[in-house]
Ligand binder design. Structure first.
Ligand code: KIV
Ligand code: ZN
Length: 501
């Protein structure tokens, strides 16, 4: 059985999805979960891109152990030294440097000839190797690059010290027939001198198929993202490629070290943090991926699961969640369960989360793992609260205009306001907007029930924009209007921090 390395780029290419940017605390939370999932390499960011990205990569390198931490750098000295500064304290680290190689990119974007691109790639891999042991090189737009030149670049960077050569289908142009044969040509040429990695974009919906074709033809590493998020149509989806290998071991004869039982939790966390929801019919992690509607299928399933189910839901962590805690559970059980779920909170954060849990337990009879995750994720990624919700109430109905009363603490001063709106949420938002005097626009408002039942925790995601800056807020509460208010205030606080940085 061959072992395929999983290189996760959710925090780098995934973050390049429009509107999916994450702050350092959020990235740290995702990185910790990626380790629990068993990812081999975490591309934590592109440190030169912004001071925020640099700080996030550095924190991940310093605080997250159990996977190699990768920093991305263009084939430029300043980028490479900067990436090194960000990752240098990680026990396992890699510099991933890249340069375009296709005629289209060299002619129109870089305006340099092939010789110059080759020289830069060679020298920058050498520089990276002088800083770290483990270097990966990507010839960007490889699938639209002349094959003879591509092979020349690959051989040169291996000679310069790259131990992984990544073949990106940057614009998602390749078909799986071509991509498989491209990887075979490279494998035949370089043998075991370096690991061949692949990085496929999904513009034609072929990213997973292309990555699998590459594995069959000798690739030893796949770059992918959780839920397939990423630039434009996204990247190869981690859960799809991993579950394909696991389910069809008989065909691929390859496996990964991913703990597939952590897939669902990771998917949910990334959705919650990026605000990018998964389509219901998405393979593996979509809400309908294990829902059988037709009578014939249901009949077969009741007789024998194998009739219509190729993956056991529990293999991706989708078992019917057990009742974990209730109203009478104590601090100790609460803390122990959080630890089992992989959260390590400070004593102070546990105290705050425990109070929230008790409050929730008063409103909701059964508390599931998903409820706890929603509860603590707002706690872990906590941000300074310039605006704090103190109280609110709403009156609405069929024959009266919805009216909301909101009481906020604004920089330690209490401010109250009553306002009307087209609906209860609209009324609350108008009151909050008037108190905070925000000029932001609401770009997105999304509501979802965390578990079933009318007493389920409602989770609201809000995206705001002001002067080109966007911010995403999250709020959870059994009262959906309160959750909406919390999400709005959370987004306003983030915007406030961004503006005053
Ligand atoms: O798509 C791409 O080519 C990339 C490179 C930086 C590997 O993301
Ligand atoms: Zn990419």
């Amino acid at each position: 059985m061959r072992y395929i390395k999983i290189f996760d780029t959710t925090l780098r290419d995934g973050e390049q999805s429009p509107g999916a940017s994450m702050n350092a605390d959020e990235k740290l939370q995702v990185a910790r979960q990626l380790v629990r999932l068993g990812i081999d390499l975490i591309e934590a960011g592109f440190p030169i891109a912004s001071p925020g990205d640099f700080e996030a990569v550095k924190r991940i390198a310093n605080e997250v152990q159990g996977a190699s931490i990768v920093g991305l750098a263009r084939a430029k000295e300043q980028d490479i030294r900067n990436a090194y500064e960000a990752i240098k304290d990680a026990p396992l680290k890699r510099i991933h440097t890249f340069h375009s190689t296709s005629d289209i990119h060299l002619k129109y974007q870089y305006r340099i000839d092939k010789e110059e691109a080759l020289k830069r790639s060679y020298e920058m891999v050498q520089l990276s190797r002088s800083l770290v042991e483990d270097v990966e090189f990507s010839p960007m737009d490889a699938t639209r690059t002349d094959i003879h030149y591509l092979l020349e670049v690959i051989e040169a960077v291996i000679e310069a010290g790259a131990s992984t050569v990544n073949i990106p289908d940057t614009v998602g142009y390749a078909t799986h027939f071509e991509f498989g044969s491209l990887i075979k040509t490279i494998k035949d040429r370089i043998g075991d001198k370096a690991v061949i990695s692949v990085h496929c974009h999904n513009d034609l919906g072929l990213a997973v198929a292309n990555s699998l074709a590459a594995i069959i033809n000798g690739a030893g590493q796949v770059e992918c993202t959780i839920n397939g998020i990423g630039e434009r149509a996204g990247n190869c989806s981690m859960e799809e490629v991993v579950m394909s290998l696991k389910t069809r071991k008989d065909f691929f004869r390859a496996d990964t070290k991913i703990n597939t039982k952590e897939i669902m939790r990771t998917s949910r966390l990334v959705t919650r943090i990026t605000g990018m929801t998964v389509q219901p019919n998405k393979a593996i992690v979509g809400a309908n991926a294990f829902a059988h509607e037709s009578g014939i299928h249901q009949d077969g399933l009741l007789k024998e699961k194998m009739t219509y189910e190729i993956i056991r839901p529990e293999d991706i962590g989708l078992q019917k969640t057990e009742l974990v805690l209730g109203k009478h559970s104590g601090r100790h059980a609460f803390k122990a369960r959080l630890q089992e779920l992989g959260y390590s909170l400070s004593a102070e954060d546990i105290e705050i989360a425990f109070k929230k849990f008790k409050h929730l337990a008063d409103q909701k009879k059964y508390i599931f793992d998903e409820d706890l995750e929603a509860l603590v994720s707002t706690e872990i990624a906590k941000i300074p609260e310039f605006y704090k919700l103190v109280d609110m109430s709403v009156a609405s109905g069929m024959h009266s205009k919805p009216k909301a009363y909101v009481k906020l603490k604004v920089n330690n001063e209490i401010v109250e306001k009553t306002d009307f709106g087209d609906g209860p949420v609209d009324a609350v938002y108008k009151a909050i907007a008037s108190i905070t005097q925000t000029k932001s626009n609401l770009l997105k408002f999304e509501v979802k029930g965390i578990t079933g039942g009318t007493d389920a925790l409602g989770e609201v995601t809000v995206t705001l924009e002001e002067d080109g800056k966007t911010s995403r807020g999250l709020g959870a509460d059994t009262d959906i209007i309160v959750a909406s208010a919390k999400a709005y205030i959370n987004a306003l606080n983030k915007l406030y921090i961004k503006k005053n940085k």
